[in-house]
Design a protein around this ligand. Sequence first.
Ligand code: NAI
Length: 322
Amino acid sequence: MANSVKVAVTGASGNIGYALLFRIAAGDVFGKDTPVEINLIDIEPSLQAAKGTAMELSDAAFPLVRSLNVTTDLEEGFKDVDAAFLVGSRPRTKGMERADLLEANGAIFTDQGKALNKVASRDVKVLVVGNPANTNALIAANNAPDLDPSQFTAMLRLDHNRALSQLAKKTGKHSTDFSRVVVWGNHSASQFPDLTFAESDGQPVEVDQDWYTEEFIPRVAKRGAEIIEVRGSSSAASAAAAAVDHMHDWFHGTEDWRTAGVVSDGSYGVDAGLVAGMPTVARDGKWEIVQGLELNDFQRERIAASVAELREEKEAVKDLLG
Ligand code: NAI
């Protein structure tokens, strides 16, 4: 047996939390021989429900689970954690402007960044799922001066997986047959799911351009809304699966491209310091941005549009950036 991994999940009582916690407990993130110590964090009104989830986790008698702790206290929940899934966030309510949502969530991620900075493992890996995920990750990173900004990431893996799945459906192949797919920018409708570099069996993937621009890109970018329309509630198990994939690859490494929302180094027209979806590989516990790609005008334009939105979001929360 490996050493145990300490992991925290905020928004533990929510829909994504419910799906995610059982995957973590089953060993799907850190490995089938790695015990886990799980902290479930939520806010006071959701504490009872989080306790209920912990009771079910306990009832499942997972062989790898060493401890389950439910708390509303961030410093208790983040103490020495190796991995933190920041899922909880304030939902947008009727009449709430986007700026209000950014600000309300900004306050949450400021506190979480500060608490992680104070008590988490110095190597903690943080994945922000709660929306607006990119800007929330930016805020958390900026409020954790003793941690490296690269330890904070935003989830674009669901968008990445959606892109693979749509491509597989169109071509009659399997999602695992493709490599070098990326979703640039913000986890929002402005994102750019990009097939320019996509390969299958080492060969470029040829796709119909009308399908690509008129169907594929908008479909992936607006898939969240489509799920709400059809299912009646927002993506939860698929979001949890993407969070599992992201953290799994971060810990275990990957040679093929994955999309992670990472702090930009200024490559590809993405302002340094913004958290954006980029083509990345994971090596030695770090996401590395794939370097040296030649972009065409269409790619540059689409990336710039999403970056413009990220800049606006950053401007709206500038007082929270530490
Ligand atoms: P949910 O509504 O089922 O659960 C929300 C959770 O957040 C609850 O545990 C609640 O107690 C907690 N919460 C509410 N207000 C809070 C506050 N002020 N501070 C801290 N926690 C608070 O939502 P669900 O479906 O679990 O989604 C969680 C988040 O994930 C949402 O922000 C959603 O938009 C986002 N999301 C992100 C995706 C991505 O790809 N990045 C995909 C799908 C969802």
